[in-house]
Ligand binder design. Structure first.
Ligand code: SAH
Ligand code: SF4
Ligand code: F3S
Length: 428
């Protein structure tokens, strides 16, 4: 039997999809890239903003039209979690709904027509998912499920439930298995990775994220460790010093800002101030001058004034992020800000987004220019027609002639040119 799976949203959804492919493999499904050939079509959804959610129903319609007679359609992921049975009502061609926190139930639910499994208290944190051989030298590893933070704009706590860490021995076993299968780089996943160890569902020795990084870096086959997302609030000095000194921990980090204004950060319930954020950045840059920093910013949060937005631009100028993911605030059901009346007009939010992104583009151009002549250690991720592509530890994406080098090799690459922010190099 054939399985087609479409994955939207973040890396946690990608990992959940891998788990579903693994679990369904045990009961006879093999993946296909052609939905019309599939016996089972899964849509792994994201609901962090309104647009992808709206797209879902047109997508279901498309699949219903082209699917094989008798093929089933399942809606999984974050939209499944919070809409539940409403999806079955709105889209009768859907056979079942499986929430983001209920992934381990996939092999059972496919047998039950019109079933809905969206229990937010379900706990998959000790479940050992069937896995497939890794398809690349990079792999994803979930270290926690859920989120306890309740930022006032964010639906994730309502789709993934409360935060529970995955026991460390399970993680070490899985990472070791991945390394033995040829994985060189792992990306640790969680909504607040540096809050790791605060709650487990079974008795567990006291650990924190730094301990986990330390233990993982003892696995000899693993060469690089990355993680996403850490929360600025939990970036204490011990963590930053470990980040700086552990040679296997890549020197690139995502530090979600959301807003540069204290009033807006407070309304968002982010738990930190702009001063704390900048203090952490200064400390980090002192410890790791070459660090690559990415961030998320929301513009047009309810009540955001032009002055608040200027405060965000000011942080952009001070930090000069290497990557910026920026979004217009999207009101999400179940979140406190959904009903607030002080919404920012759409045109104003769009104009601010445009300003933020175009200024960031200029910064990226300057940063790319400053890269000329620098040499990076790059892990080759793919080679197509003799051109290799890979990242430096601090997150720069480089392309260069592969020569005799292969996927999974570390090579020293000198930056020789740049075009629209992307870097071209030569093996040094
Ligand atoms: N746990 C991560 C974020 C996960 S959601 C963190 O705390 O940073 C990914 C990003 O989507 C967020 O960082 C935020 O910038 C954006 N986002 C979340 N809810 C949003 C909303 N209602 N409107 C617009 N962007 C949103
Ligand atoms: Fe959402 Fe905030 Fe949790 Fe991130 S920390 S997932 S933004 S509630
Ligand atoms: Fe990820 Fe989207 Fe869910 S960002 S956690 S898939 S709402």
């Amino acid at each position: 039997m054939k399985l087609y799976i479409e994955t939207m949203g973040c890396a946690m959804n990608s990992r959940d999809s891998e788990h579903m492919v693994g679990e369904l493999g045990k009961v006879g499904y093999t993946p296909t890239s052609e939905p019309s050939e599939a016996d089972l079509i899964l849509i792994n959804t994201c609901s962090v903003r309104e647009k992808p959610e709206r797209k879902l129903f047109s997508e279901i319609g498309q699949f219903a039209k082209i699917k094989k007679p008798g093929a089933k359609i399942g809606v999984c992921g974050c939209t499944a979690s919070h809409m539940g049975a409403e999806i079955l009502k709105k889209a009768p061609s859907v056979n079942f709904v499986l929430g983001a926190r209920n992934v381990s139930k996939i092999s059972q639910i496919i047998k039950q027509d019109k079933a809905v499994a969206i229990d937010l208290d379900h706990d998959d944190s000790t479940y050992v998912f069937a896995s497939q051989a890794p398809s690349s030298i990079k792999a994803l590893l979930n270290i926690s499920i859920g989120c306890d933070k309740h930022c006032t704009y964010c639906i994730v706590p309502h789709t993934r439930g409360k935060e529970i860490s995955i026991p460390m021995d399970l993680l070490l076993k899985e990472a070791d298995k991945l390394a033995q299968a040829g994985v060189k780089e792992i990306l640790l996943l969680g909504q607040n990775v540096n809050n790791y160890g605060v709650r487990f569902s079974t008795a567990h020795p006291k650990v924190n994220f730094t301990t986990l990084l330390e233990k993982l870096s003892q696995i000899s086959g693993l060469k690089r460790i990355r993680f996403t997302s850490p929360h600025p609030l939990h970036m204490d000095n011990v963590f930053l010093e470990h980040f700086a000194t552990n040679p296997k921990v890549c020197k690139s980090i995502h530090i979600p800002l959301q807003s540069g204004s204290n009033a807006i950060l407070k309304a968002m319930k982010r738990g930190y101030s702009r001063e704390w954020y900048l203090d952490r950045i200064t400390r980090l840059k002192t410890l790791v001058p070459e660090v690559g920093i990415s961030t998320d910013i929301i513009v047009g949060f309810p009540g955001e004034t032009p002055k608040d937005f200027e405060d965000t631009l000011d942080i952009l100028e001070q930090v000069r992020f290497d990557t910026l993911y920026s979004f217009i605030y999207s009101p999400r059901p179940l979140t406190p800000s959904y009903t607030w009346e002080n919404k920012v007009p759409k045109e104003e939010a769009s104009a601010h987004l445009e300003r933020l992104q175009s200024r960031h583009k200029e910064i990226l151009e300057q940063k790319a220019r400053a890269e000329l002549g620098k040499t990076h250690e790059v892990l080759i991720e793919k080679i197509a027609e003799g051109v290799a592509e890979g990242r430096s530890g601090n997150g720069r994406l480089l392309s260069f002639e592969a020569g005799g080098a292969g996927v999974g090799d570390f090579v020293a690459v000198k930056v020789v040119a740049h075009h629209k922010g992307s870097l071209k190099g030569r093996i040094a």
